[in-house]
Design a binder for this molecule. Structure first.
Ligand code: SAH
Length: 225
């Protein structure tokens, strides 16, 4: 296939993903669907995985990590209720695909990744896509965004965690604004729940959305390994 034929096939596969895997299920927030339409997932995977970019499953991205399934990215984004004024903290940059989707909906995204290699390649892809409202940090996201670099408000309107935690890390609870939302996979191994939380009077009010399977968040307030 030559370059533009490939482009056309990515475009038609992306449309099929939007119609069947997202809108055809329960993704009905038009802003989320528009953001998913705007971000080319093939840019976030390499080599032979590019041809599978629009199959509805996770794919390897190196360092033993995966880019999440498109439906789950859309569902988590929909549950987060991001509006254009929001400052969003994302833990687990990975490929940067979810970061890019969030960047289309938010004022600014702050994203933390444990592996410098993944953060660097995500940063390069976002630069190529002309996305400029994202700040990257390499470190342990279970400890939250570094205090010395916090936005002026001192906390975030929304928090998304894209790796599973044994319980919601306290530093993240502290960095979530009152009445803000967080979407987090919670649980061990084969038994994880995707949880949507609202901060009310300093505590998290949790609601389970569905069962999920994510890689582990490895860190001080996550899993040991
Ligand atoms: N949203 C990403 C999913 C990446 S998988 C995507 O769609 O590509 C989860 C990511 O969390 C992995 O890249 C993993 O390295 C990262 N991670 C695991 N523990 C972490 C921690 N303590 N701090 C920051 N990132 C972490």
């Amino acid at each position: 296939m030559c370059g533009h034929e490939k482009k056309d096939s990515f475009r038609s596969n992306r449309q099929r993903m939007l119609d069947w895997d997202l809108a055809g299920r329960d993704i009905n927030d038009r802003r989320v669907l528009a953001a998913m339409a705007e971000v080319p997932r093939e840019e976030f995977v390499t080599g032979s995985y590019r041809s599978q970019a629009y199959s509805d499953g996770p794919l390897p991205i190196g360092m033993g990590q995966t880019i999440s399934q498109p439906y789950i990215v859309a569902l988590m984004t929909q549950e987060l209720h991001v509006d254009p004024e929001c400052e969003v903290l994302e833990i687990g940059t990975g490929s940067g695909f979810q970061t890019a989707v969030l960047s289309k909906l938010a004022k600014k995204v702050y994203t933390i990744e444990r592996f410098g290699e993944l953060a660097a390649s995500a940063q390069a892809v976002l630069r190529k896509l002309d996305i400029s409202n994202v700040e990257f940090h390499v470190g342990d996201g279970s400890c939250g965004w570094p205090a010395s670099k916090l936005p002026p408000s001192g906390c975030f309107d929304r928090i998304m965690v894209t790796a599973a935690v044994p319980r919601i890390p306290m530093p993240l609870v502290r960095q979530l604004v009152e009445a803000g939302f967080a979407v987090v996979p919670v649980g061990h191994g084969g038994s994880q729940r995707l949880v949507r939380c609202e901060k009310k009077a300093g505590e998290l009010d949790e609601k389970t959305i569905c069962d999920v399977r994510f890689v582990k968040l490895v860190g001080k307030h996550g899993f040991q390994q």
